[in-house]
Design a protein around this ligand. Structure first.
Ligand SMILES: [Zn+2]
Length: 239
């Protein structure tokens, strides 16, 4: 005979124990980052922090959602952004949360924008629709709704043209004029935790990172640290 079903339910005491374990893991890893020989920017311990923040805050069944006897609310971000370089900016790392403002529930707190990254790119000044062969001046067309794909295989813009066709323009070997263009990517607290945990070594390593995940991972680590310290100071020792 084989047992088909015999489950042990996680009680609130069990959830609390998991949260206490996370508190200990975060405490040790924050100390390892802040005292690290390699300097805070290159510490491997951000990976551990991202994975524990994911379990606590952003997983589908985040532990903070599962403490029935406690209503856990969070201080909003300060709206003061500091510019890092070339228009890329983020909430001030020295004054990240507004402890005097009214608190937010977990989902609203996670959806706050914590970084805005400017991604610069050179694009062809003029492209052609591969269906009707008409020219399109990209440089003069700020509302052009194409999507850009740049990967090992080449560089392509895909778009829906006025001729009614879905078109593409391959600019891998384009020789004409280029112009400087940029896009702005917004990262919420949720994005910063999930990108690091899921793509950059928290729980998984991707073979390649698209530009959004690359920026998210490389600028997000400092925020993982301030989020961990905020949680340690304000909740974890009271759960
Ligand atoms: Zn066309």
């Amino acid at each position: 005979m084989k047992i088909e079903e015999f489950n042990f339910a996680l009680t609130e005491i069990g959830i609390t124990q998991h949260i206490k374990d996370i508190e200990e893991i975060l405490n040790v890893n924050v100390a390892l980052i802040e005292g690290g020989r390699q300097g805070m920017k290159h510490s491997p311990f951000y990976k551990v922090i991202s994975q524990q923040l994911r379990i606590l805050l952003t997983d589908n069944e985040a532990l903070f959602q599962r403490v029935p006897s406690k209503k856990i609310e969070f201080s909003p971000l300060n709206k003061v952004f500091v510019e890092y370089h070339g228009g890329t900016k983020g909430v001030d790392l020295n004054n990240t949360f507004d402890l005097n403002a009214s608190k937010l529930d977990l989902e609203s707190w996670l959806d706050q924008v914590i970084m805005e990254c400017v991604i610069p790119l050179e694009l062809p000044s003029e492209i052609r629709c591969d269906k009707c062969n008409n020219r399109i001046r990209l440089e003069d067309n700020s509302s052009f709704g194409g999507r850009i794909y740049i990967n090992k295989l080449g560089s392509v813009i895909r778009f829906s043209h006025d001729c009614g066709k879905n078109s593409s323009f391959d600019f891998t070997n384009y020789q004409g004029d280029m112009f400087n263009w940029y896009t702005i990517e917004y990262f919420t607290i949720r994005d910063v935790i999930k990108i690091y945990a899921n793509k950059n070594g928290g729980a998984h390593v991707q073979n390649s990172l698209n530009y959004r995940n690359f920026y998210g991972a490389h600028l997000g680590d400092s925020y993982l640290l301030v989020i961990a310290k905020y949680l340690l100071r304000n909740f974890l020792n009271n759960i």
